[in-house]
Design a binder for this molecule. Structure first.
Ligand code: PBG
Length: 331
């Protein structure tokens, strides 16, 4: 009798872990395909489906591939895509980024005509479109100029909204970009286009595979003069606060896994929708280990995504979106 009483407390936590059904019943965090945003790299050309070497399962796609893509995302319950463009030509001012017939503008048309219900988010930045690969206008001395860049970013956002984008997402990390975009959008009559601001975007080594995929490697220097320094979390709160004050509708922390503390603090401090960008290097890292047989694919990926949601993300931008949605639907 006494022994049973003594043993009982030690069964306390394990009791609810005994079966899959019990574990599901008491799960505090649930992933849903509706949490995901799938990034896409769109390119000129025809019949193009170039796999990105460091990102197995991810492709540079030409416009004719987008209808099938939209169809697949819809069948999996993934509500949104984030578009990155590979222009025909690059120049000092990144002109294709704000051209009416730019690659991203055409991709928005293609996706919206394939599925008007798909939420199309456009990345607002210059680095894929400039010949120097930086996210803004570069002075002769090699400085990335803040204020003159804002004008161009506003033009990009307006041309994307004109093409039919549902959300614009500035990733350039220029100061004041959200108020510049809001003003430009409002002046052009796009008062109902929301802004998802890359508020706490760190100067990260984990963007490496993306820069190859988007062909946006800086030709000199690096982005540490405008992206955040990895040691700083309090500064991220100030960045996010400023972006919300400037009119951001959704704020983002990027990358995700090395910055879960920042995500969690942001969740506690702010009540706006919070996005986490599970970036290219995080994807590459898992895929490489999985290909080597060092990690179990499904469990490792779902654990990583669950961690991001548990830390506080409402929205997860991830290259794993399709496979994760497939596993969630299968269950
Ligand atoms: C553009 C941009 C980058 C990413 C998203 N937007 C690259 C960078 O800042 O160098 C990275 C996304 C990823 O790694 O998946 N500024």
């Amino acid at each position: 009798m006494t022994t049973t009483r003594l043993l009982a407390p030690f069964q306390r936590f394990r009791r609810l872990r005994r079966s899959e059904a019990l574990r599901r019943l008491v799960a505090e965090t649930r992933l849903d395909p509706a949490d995901f945003v799938h990034p896409l790299f769109v390119s000129h050309g025809h019949g193009l489906r170039n796999e990105i070497a460091s990102m197995p399962g991810q492709y540079q796609l030409s416009l004719d591939q987008l209808a099938a893509e939209a169809e697949e995302l819809r069948s999996l319950g993934i509500p949104a895509v984030l578009l990155f463009g590979l222009p025909e030509t690059k120049d000092g001012l990144g002109t294709e980024a704000y051209a009416r017939d730019g690659i991203v503008q055409q991709a928005v048309h293609a996706l919206k005509s394939a599925d008007p219900g798909l939420c199309v988010i456009c990345d607002v930045c210059l680095c894929e479109y400039t010949d120097h690969g930086h996210c803004g206008i570069v002075t002769p001395s090699g400085e990335v100029e803040n204020d003159t860049t804002l004008e161009l970013l506003g033009r990009i956002a307006v041309s994307q909204a004109e093409a039919g984008a549902d959300i614009v997402a500035p990733s350039d990390m220029m100061d004041g970009h959200t108020s510049a975009l809001r003003a430009a959008l409002d002046d052009a009559g796009h008062t109902s286009t929301p802004i998802m601001a890359y508020a706490a975007k760190y100067a990260s080594a984990f963007y490496g595979p993306f820069r190859v995929a988007a062909e946006s490697v800086p030709q000199f220097g690096d982005r540490r003069g405008y992206q955040m320094d990895p040691p700083n979390a309090r500064e991220a709160m100030r960045e996010i606060e400023a972006e919300i004050a400037e009119g951001a509708d959704i704020v983002m922390v990027k990358p995700a896994l090395p910055y879960l503390d920042v995500l969690s603090q942001a969740r506690q401090r702010f009540d706006v929708p919070l996005a986490a960008y599970n970036v290219s290097g995080e994807y590459a890292m898992l895929k490489a280990a999985i290909q080597n047989g060092w990690l179990e694919e499904r469990r490792a990926i779902m654990e990583a995504l669950t961690g991001i949601k548990r830390a506080g993300a409402d929205i997860i931008i991830t290259y794993h979106a399709k496979e994760a949605a497939r596993w969630l639907v299968e269950r």
